[in-house]
Design a protein around this ligand. Structure first.
Ligand SMILES: Cc1ncc(COP(=O)(O)O)c(C=O)c1O
Length: 374
């Protein structure tokens, strides 16, 4: 199989990830932090190691500001529902994933339009801010187009207006360098199973020190059990219940792999694969390419369509005839497809990861040309 669906979840994972999860499951997998015995203590140590690795990835002030979640959706829900109150206004964009669109739907929301290249212009965000605006929630990178947003100027606007900025780093964490202190970000949500190279069922939310977020998940934390109130201390304030410790053992290994490999190298490789693919298909009379309009902002995901063929049909042909895995449809981002004019059928998305090779790219481009010709 040529796997080009890394924007959904990366595959394969580094060998170290499988080894770490296998070792954890066979030797350590007691409930972390719940009992005093050595297996539980070691299990807790592994969870905290994952937290430290995430904190290092983002240059967070402390691992305590990292909430371990079950995916990006979980992290985004914790942030949105923990910051906004009924009647509050939020600013977002028209190119968001439903993991932002849907939790925001209960609030008063203004949506910024995207520019021609698919980025969200900071000035467009600024014009939508009102006195009642309590959150700006934006994707760091469109999951349909693979174009990275100019997050620093948006963070500057948010800071000047005193409004917290929530960044959905689902497509960028582990691929594009993020420094929450230098970039002055307030909340960053992302999955562990995409660019961070960990397994599904993992994710994280960074919360800036001093920012108040109300918990919507309350329960057991393994300490202060005499109290009926969920603890105020971070990170436990926003966590509760047994964590996915098996997955977190894998996530720590994925993040260590990224550190050893170098995130700049990973970014350069993914960008090179995406741009090679775009170049190979450029100018084809039947193929429309929606990505690559800002090449220096391009990362792994690339969307295309073929004239006269439904995206779902193209995806099925590539799977059945060529053993190529891609993702046709709306990619949980209907607004992006309305912007592109590809709603309701969507596009065919190819998303390149660190383990894809130039020959994967060339084989996919050749297969697409053959599908377009038949
Ligand atoms: C931009 C964006 N936000 C949120 C999500 C949701 O991620 P998860 O499935 O880990 O909750 C995705 C997943 O594709 C995404 O691309």
């Amino acid at each position: 199989m040529i796997y080009l669906d890394n924007a959904a979840t990366t595959w394969p994972k580094p060998k170290e990830v499988y080894d770490a999860m296998d070792h954890f499951a066979r030797t350590t997998a007691a409930n972390p932090g719940r009992s005093g015995h050595r297996m539980a203590t070691e299990s807790e140590r592994r969870v905290q190691e994952a937290r430290r690795c995430v904190a290092k990835l983002l240059n967070a002030e402390s691992p305590d500001r990292i909430i371990l979640t079950f995916n990006a959706t979980d992290a985004l829900n914790i942030a949105i529902k923990g910051v906004l109150r009924p009647g509050d206004h939020a600013v977002t964009s028209l190119i968001e994933h439903n993991s932002i669109n849907r939790p925001l739907a209960a609030f008063d929301v203004s949506k910024a339009r995207a520019a021609q290249d698919g980025t969200v212009p900071p000035e467009e965000v600024a014009t939508l801010i009102r006195p009642q605006t309590r959150l700006i929630a934006l994707t760091h990178c469109s999951n349909v187009l693979g174009v990275v947003n100019p997050i620093e100027p948006i963070a500057k606007i948010a800071r000047e207006r005193g409004i917290p900025l929530l960044v959905d780093a689902s497509q960028t964490a582990g691929v594009v360098p993020i420094d929450v202190q230098a970039q002055r970000l307030d909340l960053v949500a992302f999955p562990g199973h995409k660019g961070c190279l960990g397994p599904m069922g993992t994710g994280a939310l960074y919360v800036r020190p001093g920012l108040a977020v109300r918990p919507f998940r309350e329960g057991g934390t393994g300490f202060a059990s005499e109290s009926e109130r969920h603890p105020d201390e971070y990170p436990y304030h926003l966590e509760g219940g047994t964590p996915n410790a098996h997955g977190l053992a894998g996530l720590a290994a994925g993040l260590q792999f990224i550190e050893q490999t170098g995130i700049e190298r990973i970014l350069a490789h993914e960008r090179a694969m995406a741009l090679r693919f775009i170049d190979a298909l450029r100018g084809h009379p039947k193929i429309t390419i929606y990505s690559g309009r800002a090449p220096d902002r391009q990362i792994g995901p690339v969307s295309i369509s073929i004239a006269g063929k439904e995206p779902a049909q193209v995806g099925a042909m590539l799977d059945e005839r060529y053993e190529i895995a891609c993702r046709p449809g709306l990619h949980c981002a209907p607004g992006t497809h309305r912007f592109l004019g590809t709603f309701p059928h969507g596009t065919v998305r190819f998303s390149f990861g660190y383990f894809n090779t130039p020959s994967d790219v060339d084989a996919a481009a050749k297969a697409i040309e053959e599908v377009a010709a038949c």
